[in-house]
Design a protein around this ligand. Structure first.
Ligand code: ADP
Length: 300
């Protein structure tokens, strides 16, 4: 269990990037969902001991992360957002090199671990190829392989699916989901489906604050019978947006289709639809922007 309490971080430029964040993160895959600039990377970097918070606490299975950085680092696997590789080196050589840095000094153990990870990430066939020839998805899988060196108990991956095509994204997410039940895996993302498909628990953050945390399905169920859909003309869209609590707008065959949050049918022509996590996300973001309280805030 990773336990974060009342964490704050304000940068020198005055941005309050982490604003009184408290999160309880159990073993398994945990989705941290938020738009660009929400504070996800700031939070990830703080948990990974790469920067200090101003105040608040982080404990990992009882370990005081802020005081005992070295102990945390020994149990940590981290895939940063801007993970770079040496383009001319092969995956096998670089992973072996990282393994040495990680303290895996016994050659036989190291060989076994490197081979195991290359197989697990489906890079075994391509292990001799220079990393510069890898696709985006392969590079991210290599990033996960290096993060898993030394069998970490806490794995942090920061926006790993951005820029991956749907196939590669799926493969990557499945890999994360398989990492293990005895490990905390935090996946930060701005893509709602990353969380819907695989995360048993999640938190949404906006402007440095936790908007909601818990099981995705519980958050979705709280919107049952309250999401209504209608196709409207482009000309009428602005009016609907001003009159109703419009969550998502999609273009379907060139025509805007809107989801509206409302206790009752908002207007003629609206049909009730099953809510999904995207509705929760837009409702939370809107509520945080307008500072209005929404019923979904009550989800534990
Ligand atoms: P996310 O990962 O969700 O996109 P970030 O944590 O990168 O969000 O950024 C949160 C806010 O903090 C943004 O407004 C960003 O501009 C600001 N920020 C991030 N890192 C720094 C930094 N080192 N110095 C100053 N401001 C920063």
């Amino acid at each position: 269990m990773l336990s974060i309490k009342q964490l704050n971080k304000t940068y020198a430029n005055g941005v309050h990037a982490i604003n009184n964040v408290s999160l309880e993160i159990p073993n398994g895959l945990f989705g941290l969902l938020g738009p660009n600039g929400a504070g996800k990377s700031s939070l990830m970097r703080t948990i990974a001991t790469l920067q200090e918070p101003d105040n608040g606490s982080i404990h990992f299975h009882g370990l005081d992360v802020i005081k005992e950085k070295e102990s945390l680092r020994r149990q940590l696997g981290y895939l940063p957002q801007d993970f770079g590789v040496y383009p001319k080196v092969s995956a096998e050589d670089l992973l072996n090199h990282f393994a040495v840095l990680k303290g895996l000094t016994k050659k036989s153990e190291r060989k076994e671990m490197v081979e195991g990870l290359l197989r697990q990430t489906n890079l075994w066939e391509a292990r001799k190829r220079a990393l510069g020839t890898y696709s985006g998805g392969m590079r991210q899988r290599f990033g996960i392989a290096q993060a898993l060196l030394g069998a970490p108990k806490l794995v942090i991956v920061d926006e790993p699916t951005a820029g991956l095509d749907p196939d590669e994204r799926n493969r990557f997410l499945n890999l994360l989901a398989e990492i293990g039940e005895q490990v905390v895996v935090i996946l930060s993302t701005h893509i709602v489906e990353d969380v819907t498909d695989l995360c048993p628990r999640m938190a949404m953050i906006g402007k440095g604050q936790v908007l909601v945390q818990g099981e995705p399905q519980v958050a979705i169920d709280a919107l049952k019978n309250k999401v209504w859909r209608k196709s409207v003309s482009k000309a009428a869209l602005a009016e609907y947006q001003s009159r109703f609590n419009v969550l998502a707008t999609r273009l379907v065959a060139g025509k805007p289709q809107i989801n509206v949050f409302s206790d009752e049918q908002p207007d003629d022509g609206f049909i009730m639809v099953e809510p999904d996590l995207e509705d929760v996300y837009f409702l939370q973001l809107r509520a945080s922007q307008t500072k209005a309280q929404s019923p979904a805030n009550a989800i534990a």
